[in-house]
Write a protein that binds this ligand. Structure first.
Ligand code: NDP
Length: 247
């Protein structure tokens, strides 16, 4: 089973968008590895769902902000599933506050997970990707990193950083056949957005041309495409999956 399948790694695969991406990549025929940070229950359920699709899966806790932990996680993935072909940097957090009230810990936590986490996974994989060629990286940014949002200077800086990182790396490693793209979701229904007050949600939806929040599958579908050979001439791009939020 799956002997010729490619191995895909998804960070933050236990919930929300990462969960949908991990399951979609399994449906696409990949062996899937994913990490999470806190509760084990949701991760165990995702792993069971992937196994029920007939795909091989490897998952465990790994804090994307900890470079040593990332290196050890990736080594374990290779040992269990084989060489990695697809890397999806999805793990992300928010710690919203107006800048005037933002303490350094909230700034640092968001940069450490969102931006440094992406650096850690790419840095730990890139030499191997350059040796093996035809690999692909998809970084999950956000429209917040394109347009900015009040009370999210930390988050917007991290996501704008991911976009710059994606474009730079795409130019750096394109000659090795490695594609690097970013997906910038808009307003997607997950735990991250569930805690928002109802009036904030309805105001945000009014700004969306399609007049609804996005689903996790809306994001998983484009990641699935970018990870496939159908996207073999696409690199260095940022795809907004936002229902037309900025039209
Ligand atoms: P969720 O909060 O629903 O899920 C976050 C996932 O990331 C969980 O699996 C969580 O694991 C994991 N995670 C968080 N911190 C770490 C860490 N330090 N190390 C490893 N894993 C970690 O988020 P969403 O699904 O909503 O968001 C996913 C990505 O999409 C994020 O990068 C987010 O910024 C981006 N995005 C989301 C939007 C939205 O509207 N939802 C809009 C634009 C972008 P655990 O539960 O174990 O902590």
């Amino acid at each position: 089973m799956q002997e010729n399948a490619r191995v895909a790694v998804v960070t933050g695969g236990s919930r929300g968008i990462g969960r949908a991406i991990a399951i979609q990549l399994a449906r696409d025929g990949h062996r899937v590895a994913f990490c999470h940070q806190s509760e084990d229950g949701p991760a165990t359920r995702v792993a069971e769902e992937i196994r029920s699709l007939g795909a091989q899966v490897y998952n465990r806790r790994c804090d994307v902000a900890d470079f040593d932990a990332v290196k050890s996680f990736l080594a374990a993935v290779e040992e269990h599933l084989g060489p990695i072909s697809v890397l999806v940097n999805n793990a992300g957090i928010v710690r919203d506050k107006p800048l005037v009230l933002m303490d350094y810990d909230a700034w640092k936590a968001v940069i450490d997970v969102n931006l440094n986490g992406t650096f850690h996974f790419c840095r730990a994989s890139i030499l191997d990707f350059m040796k093996r060629k035809t690999r692909c990286i998809v970084n999950i940014a956000s429209v917040a990193g394109v347009y900015g949002n009040p009370a999210q200077t930390n988050y917007c800086a991290s996501k704008a950083g991911i976009i710059g990182f994606t474009r730079a790396l795409a130019k750096e490693v394109g000659g090795y056949g490695i594609r690097v793209n970013a997906v910038a979701p808009g307003f997607i229904a997950t735990d991250m957005t569930e805690s928002l007050p109802a009036d904030v949600v309805s105001e945000a939806v009014k700004r969306v041309a399609l007049k609804r929040m996005g689903t996790v599958q809306d994001v998983a579908d484009i990641v699935s495409f970018l990870a496939s050979d159908r996207a073999s001439y696409i690199t260095g791009q940022v795809f907004q999956v936002d229902g037309g939020i900025a039209l």
